[in-house]
Ligand binder design. Structure first.
Ligand SMILES: *Cc1c(COP(=O)(O)O)cnc(C)c1O
Length: 360
């Protein structure tokens, strides 16, 4: 009906059709206000209900306890690479576990603000797995431990939540937030750019435990990068990304209408299993990652022969499977199958892979 193709982009990525339809239906006159959501004052009562509704839906779906604040920020997950150390480094020491490109960037950025220690990395193995608990060289005196929970580029995911003792765990969940239930209480801070699973680009979600919001930050910290100011002003110190927040509300309400994160996880598991099974059986394409570390959201695969990879990228795109070419730093292919990717999309991709292989 909409000529919608299957878009496997790593982000920005597909949004659920029912959400887009609701946004369309509400587009020209939001709840009888005579205004469009993207036109209204962020200080108006009608918008206040939207941002409060987004937070409430997120709290219900993710089971976020009362002692955590939800912040709607800008600057992408990448700004959090700086905001985390600016706000959380007290003694000036933090542990970083590097499992891919984004955790590497976070580690580099933190070095501008203090002593970021490399507590573990699987770089020598080309990031094909997540380190085990016993490999983590954690400093009990560190201010926090930083991880990236799902590695968007390499297609790996933590299959356990590391035990960091009394040291708060900070996690980048950009590419797996709301894809399955997660115990928020195990984390000090969770952050995510919205453009993978939650909303259009422009919104960053931060879920932070109360006691980690400090009011005694160094003077150099920009006002806009200060969690306590953002929390005190309920994410409205300045103009928030109004429309993405509205879309975030619709997306969490959609997840809730399906039955919540257990159901979402089951749907995602089915999609990922189907694709990994196909790669298991393939004689040409392989997923390089350790089975226990495989991502449910980003599935990478490649043929040994780069000419075959190039041919697949070209022919799959022509057949209506968009954005399957892997990240430029990794090569091969990557299928990002976030919440909004329907099962039929993965089914069609699997069929295409099999036919491609037969045609070689
Ligand atoms: C996409 C992504 C980022 C970068 O997000 P921006 O919002 O573009 O800054 C960081 N971390 C992870 C895990 C990502 O998937």
């Amino acid at each position: 009906m909409y000529n919608r193709i299957f878009n496997f982009s790593a982000g920005p990525s597909m949004l659920p059709v029912p959400v887009l339809e609701k946004a369309q239906a509400e587009m020209m006159n939001y709840e009888g206000s005579g205004m469009r959501v993207m036109e209204m004052s962020h200080r108006s009562p009608v918008y206040d209900a939207i941002i409060k509704g987004a937070e409430a839906a997120m709290r219900r779906v993710m089971n976020i306890p009362d002692n955590y604040r939800v912040l709607f920020l800008q600057g992408g997950a990448s700004l959090q690479f700086a905001m985390i150390p600016m706000n959380l480094m007290k003694t000036g020491k933090a542990d970083y576990i590097v499992t891919g490109q984004f955790s590497g960037k976070a580690y580099e950025e933190a070095q501008k603000y203090g002593q970021a220690n490399l507590a573990a990395t699987t770089k020598a193995e080309n990031f094909t797995r997540i380190p085990r608990q016993e490999e983590l060289k954690l400093d009990p005196e560190a201010d926090y431990v930083h991880i990236c929970f799902n590695n968007t580029i390499f297609g790996t995911k933590w299959d356990y939540i590391p035990d960091t003792g009394n040291v708060p765990l900070v996690a980048d969940l950009s590419s797996c937030i709301a894809s399955e239930p997660i115990d928020v209480t195990k984390f000090g801070v969770i952050y995510a750019g919205a453009q993978k699973n939650i909303a259009p680009a422009g919104l960053t979600i931060v879920i932070i435990r109360d006691d980690l919001i400090r009011t005694d930050l160094p003077a150099y910290v920009p006002t806009m990068c200060n969690y306590s100011i953002m929390a005190k002003n309920e994410s409205m110190y300045n103009t928030p990304p109004c429309y993405p927040i509205y879309m975030c509300k619709l997306v969490f309400e959609w997840i809730e209408s399906l039955g919540g994160l257990e159901v979402m996880a089951e749907m995602n598991r089915k999609k990922a299993d189907l694709l990994y099974q196909c790669l298991e059986e393939s004689k040409i394409f392989k997923n390089p990652n350790s089975p226990e570390s495989r991502s449910m959201m980003n599935v990478t695969f490649r043929a040994e022969d780069d000419a075959v990879n190039a041919k697949f990228a070209k022919e799959s795109a022509a057949a209506g499977f968009a954005n399957l070419k892997g990240h430029r730093s990794v090569g091969g292919m990557r299928a990002s199958i976030y919440n909004a990717m329907p099962y039929e999309g993965v089914e069609a991709l699997v069929k295409f892979i099999k036919e491609f292989e037969q045609g070689l």
